[in-house]
Write a protein that binds this ligand. Structure first.
Ligand code: ADP
Ligand code: MG
Length: 237
């Protein structure tokens, strides 16, 4: 019985904010194109996870979100799938004006994983995804960014290096994601996060995902998000 209670707690979903879009039960409910549906099926995803059921309609509606759920709950697809829709909604995709989607993750391993996930869904649309993190040649990354991309997945420090080198401009960036925000703080990236936010237009859509929500992350979220909807899955600190 103890186990059952623990299990129930782990599935508890709380949503707050005003005008919350209705949650979905299936990927079809999201109104994804057949191309995206095909990519989802190829991934072997049959139905959305708890966080995806709540987060997908929120993000697809253009609202800012704070998504709190433990590791392994499927947060990546919750921001990657709506990002593809967001990008395809933009006019003149071919213009070389810098990325539309900017995703920040605290470590190069995480950035690389997100990069791979984003590429799976972006590929069939001709959406170019660039990865920018330490341990790779700055010159090579500079060249890649100069060639143009619609999505950049980056660690905060290296993204700032690239911005200083004018490898990319943020004029077209309207979809900003901070993944694993708690770890971002643990690793001391708060100043870099703030610097990046300061370089992206205020009429952007901002998404913040985290496994836990310490006070410092809460405070930052309040500063950088506009009327966010908060989705919490499970009991988290
Ligand atoms: P998180 O970022 O919350 O830790 P991930 O986005 O890395 O979680 O997803 C964890 C795993 O679940 C990955 O292997 C991913 O491919 C898989 N996954 C994500 N969404 C679904 C889904 N709807 N159905 C089945 N597997 C999924
Ligand atoms: Mg993750």
């Amino acid at each position: 019985e103890q186990d059952v209670n623990e299990y129930r707690k782990s599935l508890a979903i709380r949503v707050s904010g005003f005008d919350v879009p209705k949650s979905v039960k299936t990927f079809e409910d999201c109104g994804f194109s057949t191309q995206i549906m095909g990519a989802i099926k190829r991934q072997g995803y049959e139905k959305p996870t708890s966080i995806q059921c709540q987060a997908l309609p929120v993000v697809l509606s253009g609202r800012d979100i704070i998504g709190i759920a433990k590791t392994g709950s499927g947060k990546t697809a919750a921001f990657v799938l709506p990002m593809i829709v967001h990008i395809m909604d933009q006019p003149e995709l071919q213009k070389e004006e810098g990325p539309i989607g900017v995703i920040c993750a605290p470590t190069r391993e995480l950035a690389h994983q997100i990069y791979l996930e984003a590429k799976k869904f972006a590929k069939s649309y001709g959406i170019r995804v660039s990865a920018v993190y330490g341990g790779m040649s700055k010159l090579e990354q500079y060249r890649e960014l100069k060639a143009g991309c619609e999505v950049v997945v980056a660690t905060p420090g290296r993204l700032i290096d690239m911005l200083k080198m004018k490898a990319l401009t943020m004029t077209r960036a309207t979809y900003l994601v901070f993944d694993e925000a708690d770890r971002m703080f643990d690793l001391g990236f708060e100043p870099q996060v703030r610097s990046i936010v300061g370089q992206i237009r205020p009429d952007r859509q901002t998404l913040l995902f985290s496994a836990t929500m310490p006070h410092k992350v809460e405070k930052l979220a309040r500063e950088i998000l506009t009327d966010p909807i908060r989705v919490t899955v499970g009991e988290v600190g």
